[in-house]
Write a protein that binds this ligand. Structure first.
Ligand SMILES: CC(C)(COP(=O)(O)OP(=O)(O)OC[C@H]1O[C@@H](n2cnc3c(N)ncnc32)[C@H](O)[C@@H]1OP(=O)(O)O)[C@@H](O)C(=O)NCCC(=O)NCCS
Length: 378
């Protein structure tokens, strides 16, 4: 008899070469490369190539791949119409999920068992996600579709489409690097969802659309939105310490603190905190940054008193960075999806190499055989 593990916690469901998380040391690796090295030396497109092909590209390979990704950024008119016609109150994640399924109808599906499936060629779902999210926001603001630019990085182009003007190069680079930080994180709920759907030999579009649905849930994406609610509620750095003490006295969770896997500071949090510092200096607005530093220090002091060292995760700083880049809070989870798409595709490809359909069992705890009473007699 297999053991029952609620939420599949601790169950090893596959072998994977994509992502290694060293929770004790606070290290994260994509295909063996440390996240710190990747953000320092690579663009999001380069990391996407790494996740899809398993190796970093040469300059020539990257040029071909970048051109392919950039050519896939544009939206076709029916997709623009769909964004315009979508209920205005719908969450952008609902729109994103629907658009990805819709895009699926534009491609010829050739599903193979081997590594050479069409996922690496049909980069539309990956490249267009940024355009869909930016266009959603423009429509909300009563603006027209702005065609993407091919001369900008994935991150800079997203900010360009969102704002209608080219971002400062530093902002463009920080956006691109923030996407790298979120590109992959092993077997979380959305990635597992993508693999489960892929294991039925469904299309990469259907697999990614399902993953977007999983990421929409508040237990997965969304902690950075709540961190910004906290920052707004606290208001000033001077008020932070009392706020944390009161929250912990009331046994509330402080958002952006702690992690299921990391027992040290999340390496992504260290990098993104640096970006927050840089942007705060650049924009001469240190309020959110100082509030977060005070919250971290007060929280860690309280937890250390109890012998529980708990550190910030990536969500603790990412919301403040996004806000400084002019991204509305409602788009934080869609931005996560834009960033995670290469990770999902990487897992879909890996799943297909040595596929076995996921089919766990349930421990039946329902009634024994019950006599059926016909409807007239119930
Ligand atoms: C991510 C999370 C669910 C991990 O929880 P976990 O696995 O139980 O974490 P730990 O085992 O390290 O927790 C140890 C203790 O610290 C407490 N703790 C952990 N994170 C905390 C937080 N953010 N605020 C207050 N207390 C916290 C736990 O409640 C637990 O207390 P207990 O021993 O009295 O039960 C939790 O840290 C959390 O809810 N964080 C805030 C939400 C968030 O930022 N999520 C995004 C994650 S990427």
């Amino acid at each position: 008899m297999a053991e029952f593990a609620k939420g599949l916690e601790g169950v090893i469901a596959a072998e994977s070469r994509i992502c290694k998380i060293d929770g004790e040391q606070g290290r994260l690796y994509y295909m063996g490369y440390s996240i710190t090295d990747l953000v320092e030396h690579c663009t999001f497109e380069e990391v996407t190539y790494l996740l899809l092909y398993g190796e970093l590209p040469t300059r020539e390979q990257l040029a071909v791949f970048s051109a392919k990704m950039r050519n896939a950024r544009e939206l076709k008119q029916p997709v623009i119409n769909m964004i315009k016609d979508f209920p205005k109150k719908a969450h952008p994640m609902e729109l994103l999920q629907s658009v990805i399924s819709y895009l699926s109808s534009y491609v010829e599906h050739k599903i193979h068992h081997g590594p050479h499936c069409n996922c690496r060629d049909t980069l539309h779902q990956l490249a267009e996600m940024a355009t869909v999210v930016a266009t959603y926001q423009r429509v909300q603001e009563g603006k027209e579709y702005l065609p993407p630019r091919k001369d900008l990085s994935h991150g800079a182009n997203f900010l360009y489409m969102l704002r209608g003007e080219e971002p400062d190069p530093v902002e463009g680079e920080i956006m691109d690097k923030a996407l790298i930080l979120h590109a992959e994180h092993s077997f979380n709920a959305s990635t597992f969802t993508a693999r489960v759907v892929a294991s039925t030999m469904s299309t990469c579009y259907c697999s990614i659309s399902a993953a977007v649905g999983a990421l929409f849930g508040s237990l997965h994406g969304g902690a950075n939105e709540k961190v910004m609610d906290m920052v707004d509620e606290i208001g000033t750095p001077q008020a932070a310490r009392d706020w944390v003490n009161k929250a912990l006295d009331e046994k509330k969770k402080v958002m952006g603190m702690g992690h299921r896997v990391y027992r040290a500071k999340d390496p992504r949090a260290i990098v993104i905190e640096g970006y927050l510092e840089e942007l705060s200096e650049m924009k001469n607005d240190r309020n959110a940054c100082e509030i977060l530093k005070e919250v971290e220090s007060a929280f860690r002091e309280r937890m250390e008193e109890k012998g529980k060292p708990i550190y910030p995760n990536v969500d603790f700083f990412s919301g403040a960075v996004y806000r400084m880049l002019g991204i509305p809070t409602r788009l934080f989870t869609p931005v996560f999806a834009i960033a995670r798409a290469p990770g999902w595709l990487s897992h879909i490809l890996e799943q297909r190499v040595d596929n076995r359909i996921y089919r766990p069992k349930a421990a039946y705890v329902g009634s024994d055989h019950r006599p059926l009473v016909p409807i007239e007699e119930r």
